[in-house]
Write a protein that binds this ligand. Sequence first.
Ligand SMILES: C[S@@+](CC[C@H](N)C(=O)[O-])C[C@H]1O[C@@H](n2cnc3c(N)ncnc32)[C@H](O)[C@@H]1O
Length: 256
Amino acid sequence: MVWDPQQYLKFSGHRLRPAVDLLMRIPDFDVRSVADLGAGAGNVSKLLKERWPDAIVTGVEGSAEMVAAGRKAAPEIAWLQQDLASWQPAQTHDLIYSNAALHWLPDHASLFPALMQKVAPGGILAVQMPRNFLAPSHVLIGETALNGPWRSKVEHLVTPPPVAEPGFYHGLLAPLSDNIDIWETEYLQVLAGENPVKEWTKGTWLTRYLDILQGPEKAAFEAAYGERVAKAYPKNAAGQTLFPFRRLFMVAQRKR
Ligand SMILES: C[S@@+](CC[C@H](N)C(=O)[O-])C[C@H]1O[C@@H](n2cnc3c(N)ncnc32)[C@H](O)[C@@H]1O
């Protein structure tokens, strides 16, 4: 998938909020090394570095475009272009942090315990993932995919939600943790502009579909989804679009 940092950062305020909420739930402790998994363009990695200025903060990121943007915007971060599925750090990290990235990886039943093994004893795994996949914003992408001439090209992308319920992650991490805190927040995001929910998903989930299509077919898919999603999220009397968005958070301290 090709990430477009500019499209993703269009809603940077709304996207930053959960990252900061997660950061604020991490207790103060002696942090010397941090891995920011799926660090994107580095705007959250910078905050990690600001909070722990003496720590080495490594942004682990698969997209060349994002790493290039990150190197420019956050030169104080050590950048590693690497697929998280095969990430094997030489040493454990005091803090492994990940905002809005791990839902791109499959098989969370194996992934989360394996990540916990990469945290130093007494250290923290802190993760935020969207859990909005059953909302119209995301369901309508699948509906569009299955109802158009593009179906055979994109139907393999219509899969069950990649993020499970909170209890699933508790079951995986509690046996490995001294302390664990898991919660969800639904943000009522107030967006401006024309069809902003389409613009939002175009920075993330919709991209998987648009990447596969080309030319007029790509434009037709975007328009068909855009029409559906605009109806699902109409503007209010003030011309704003309310876009409720649910996110799952976890902060787990690895057993000493
Ligand atoms: C939605 S962005 C979040 C970026 C950043 N954490 C933030 O909060 O601004 C998700 C990032 O995860 C990265 N990503 C997704 N799957 C990945 C994988 N398998 N390996 C490495 N990076 C991945 C994407 O390239 C993208 O930059």
